[in-house]
Design a protein around this ligand. Sequence first.
Ligand code: BGC
Length: 283
Amino acid sequence: MAKEAFGIDIGGSGIKGAPVNLKKGELAQKRVRIPTPQPATPDAVAKTVKDLIDSFDVPADMPVGVTFPAIIQHGVAKSAANVDDSWIGTDVDTLLSEVTGHSVFVVNDADAAGIAEMEFGAGKDKSGLVIMTTLGTGIGSAMFMDGKLIPNSELGHLTYEGKSFEKFAASSVFEKAGISYEEWAKERLQKFYGHVEFLFSPDLFIVGGGVSKDAKKYLHFLDLKTEIVPAKLRNEAGIIGAAALAHAERKLEVKKDKGEKKAKKDKKNESAAELAAESVEEA
Ligand code: BGC
């Protein structure tokens, strides 16, 4: 199979996608962005995802990976912190596969960004416990133990003063609060990362999300024992990670399918051999 897959990143304001070259870990073509429909209901978003895929020439057998900003367990959305409530309980894999006509694999947005960073960015070849966080509208997280994802960690929903940490420390909150980078880092991010560090003793923190491009303005204010570095892939991490995961899932499916076919063939051969042996005995 060619090392290419299609990646889509569903966000609160835009839905972005492009084919991804998974050998290089970069977009194979310029990405297309369509504004997220409002209200962002499952049907409206699915239709936009279809329009986005249709604006490229995507072969029917190309794996398609899609990020979604909520808990995604076995393809089903289980939360809706920053999206329409009607997503809860939606089988996103099935909905998007039916509407687009492609076999779609959905993953939490931070998990997808983390996968891209682990494969191609700041987490490449890093072992031990790596925690990627995305600072944006909310706070997303992705945890990796020796490169293996522990999905749906949702560390942005650890609580601080009775509220989710993301309501206090996300970059969207920082932008509205009218405080300096120093204040944001020392008074808010420090509390969040300090708490996560105490709970998990990670080996590395990776900071992603749009604001990671300004990391030089605030990361040095943090006082942590753990190394903390900005993400390398920036805006494209979600698209690349979703594509990488969809490609890996497809490979697993193909392997499983081949395994099942082989088992069937072996069984057939076995029964044929048994039949042959029986008829020899009878003769
Ligand atoms: C959601 C997460 C998501 C994060 C970043 C949080 O509010 O609960 O699932 O990864 O926002 O979008």
